[in-house]
Design a protein around this ligand. Sequence first.
Ligand SMILES: NC(=O)c1ccc[n+]([C@@H]2O[C@H](COP(=O)([O-])OP(=O)(O)OC[C@H]3O[C@@H](n4cnc5c(N)ncnc54)[C@H](OP(=O)(O)O)[C@@H]3O)[C@@H](O)[C@H]2O)c1
Length: 263
Amino acid sequence: MKLAIIGGGNLGTAIALGLVKSGTNASTISITRRNLFKIDHLKKDGFALTTNNIEAIKDASVIFLCVQPKQLSHLLDEIRSSLKPEQILVSTITGISTEEIAQHAAVKIPIIRAMPNTAIAIGKSMTCLCAKDADEKHLSVVKNIFNKLGETLVIEERLMKAATVLAASGIAFAMRYIRAATQGGIQMGFDAEEAQLIAAQTASGAASLLLTRESHPEMEIDKVTTPEGCTIAGLNEMEHQGLSSALIKGIITSFDRINNIKK
Ligand SMILES: NC(=O)c1ccc[n+]([C@@H]2O[C@H](COP(=O)([O-])OP(=O)(O)OC[C@H]3O[C@@H](n4cnc5c(N)ncnc54)[C@H](OP(=O)(O)O)[C@@H]3O)[C@@H](O)[C@H]2O)c1
């Protein structure tokens, strides 16, 4: 199966590199961008690099659109008449609906919207998918691709903005927790590097406990909160200061913002 990645920027190259790392042959992946010299370093991996979008999509079974939202309509004008109904179009573009993309395509083509996060670069993405004019087979082809790059979840398109906040912006929210924990660690006596290692590995371990045991956060919290102990004292103080409330309010503020972004 040949893949075309249109828009070899941050996300496009992360997808390409992640796929190769998970065993896909680089020669089956075409990557395009206008300033091709900026991805010269990918030549040695064996990718087919070109500025020619039409050439790149010609034999591709799956076409990934990885350009910025404002670059999309120009790109679709260029490729619309070269799209074939047997191909699958995957859009990673934030805020553009499958319907808007369908209106641009000259043929009825399966369209799948994907919302990954930056952890895709290390194969740890949380990628939400939704589909238009696509059947189970199309979805499973795309799911299999993103499963090589982390975890996937098929959702209704109406939840795509919420997925953007929770999964893509969520990386920033989690980073801020880790940074704050690091600062606490430094104040208690660790140097910055040690504190960051402890904070990041602990956050990763906590997430892994939930994902591998499929347990509830409160069950895991109960296991580390000794009666009258230091953990419950700190945790209750964080809640008195509004930790959960601040996180929920921040997420909803991001959601309000994404719903009001002017195109
Ligand atoms: N980064 C993320 O983690 C993330 C997560 C979820 C969704 N997204 C979405 O994914 C899309 C890409 O994000 P990004 O961070 O990768 O942006 P980016 O780094 O700016 O990449 C976009 C790339 O598209 C290329 N491009 C623009 N017009 C083109 C055209 N007509 N033909 C071929 N290539 C073209 C640009 O290169 P040239 O200027 O050289 O052509 C650029 O390298 C965005 O819509 C973003 O909202 C990103």
